[in-house]
Design a protein around this ligand. Structure first.
Ligand code: ADP
Ligand code: MG
Length: 257
């Protein structure tokens, strides 16, 4: 799109496009002498979805927790927008990482209204919270629900509130740990498409964890296939599906219909 000042904005844009939102290099974590995350490297570009796909127990959630900063890595580096978040010597505390989190159980506070739940995502933001809460509720399609309580909402609506709360601090990266697994099939497709459209519109980088190949195929720009702590294959969903690296990967994809 050519406009006035195109050269200047072009330069800015191409630099922004080339720097990954998130870059993880050689991440390792051991528990009780057992390596559960083994030399994991991956990146997420602005406005893109990288899917960390693998069977239960392969180390996906541990990887996400280290990126969020709530679990310490044994070695490796985590970078966001060119800023070092943790390299083993220095570490940026979780609340300063500008990383959003969404989990399978939405973990809304049952005793707080919708607006109060969303405002919780803005804690520390001071007096500006009211307007921003309404803006976020509009964004996720729940403008009329600000005074409702979680038990008065459907599962899909609760998920939207969780999304509004996660979006509140304008995170540059959203980490999603199987956030759609608890929703019934009818709701799921719509909500996950809407969620990712919102995140892409904000140029957020998304790292989506899932054990379901079908979800990765549908949502991902890039897939990192994980097994027993290691990334065994990376690529565009179509390429991974069509050329699985080995028999186990082929079997893993075989139940997609
Ligand atoms: P996934 O999310 O892919 O299902 P996890 O990252 O939750 O896998 O777990 C990977 C492995 O690490 C599992 O065997 C799990 O039991 C183990 N694990 C995770 N957290 C801890 C912990 N705090 N202490 C000991 N073992 C753990
Ligand atoms: Mg997990």
């Amino acid at each position: 799109m050519m406009q006035q000042g195109a050269i200047e904005s072009e330069t800015v844009r191409s630099e922004a496009d080339e720097a990954p939102r998130l870059e993880v290099r050689h991440l390792c974590r051991r528990f009780d002498g057992r390596t559960v995350v083994d030399d994991v490297s991956l990146s997420v570009m602005p406005g893109q979805v990288t899917c960390l796909l693998g069977p239960s127990g392969c180390g996906k959630s541990t990887t996400l927790r280290m990126i969020a900063g709530v679990e310490q890595q044994d070695s490796g580096e985590i970078w966001a927008d060119g800023q070092m978040l943790c390299d083993g010597r220095r570490t940026v505390p979780p609340e300063q990482r500008r990383i959003g989190l969404m989990f399978q159980d939405f973990a809304l506070f049952p005793h707080l209204s919708v607006a109060e739940n969303v405002a919780f995502g803005l804690r520390g933001a001071g007096g500006a919270a009211g307007g921003r809460v309404d803006e976020l509720l509009c964004k996720v399609g729940l403008p009329g629900k600000r005074d409702a309580f979680p038990h008065e909402l459907s599962g899909g609506e609760q998920q939207r509130v969780a999304l509004a709360r996660a979006l509140a601090p304008s995170p540059r990266i959203m980490l999603m740990d199987e956030p759609f697994s608890g929703l019934d099939n009818r709701l799921r497709d719509g909500i996950r498409d809407e969620t990712l459209a919102l995140l892409k519109a904000e140029n957020t980088g998304v790292l989506l964890v899932t054990h379901e190949p079908e979800e990765a195929m549908r949502m991902a720009d890039e897939v990192a296939l994980m097994r027993a702590g290691r990334i065994v294959q990376k690529g565009a969903p179509y390429n991974i599906y069509n050329a699985p690296i080995d028999k186990d990967a082929l079997a893993f994809f075989s139940d997609i219909n």
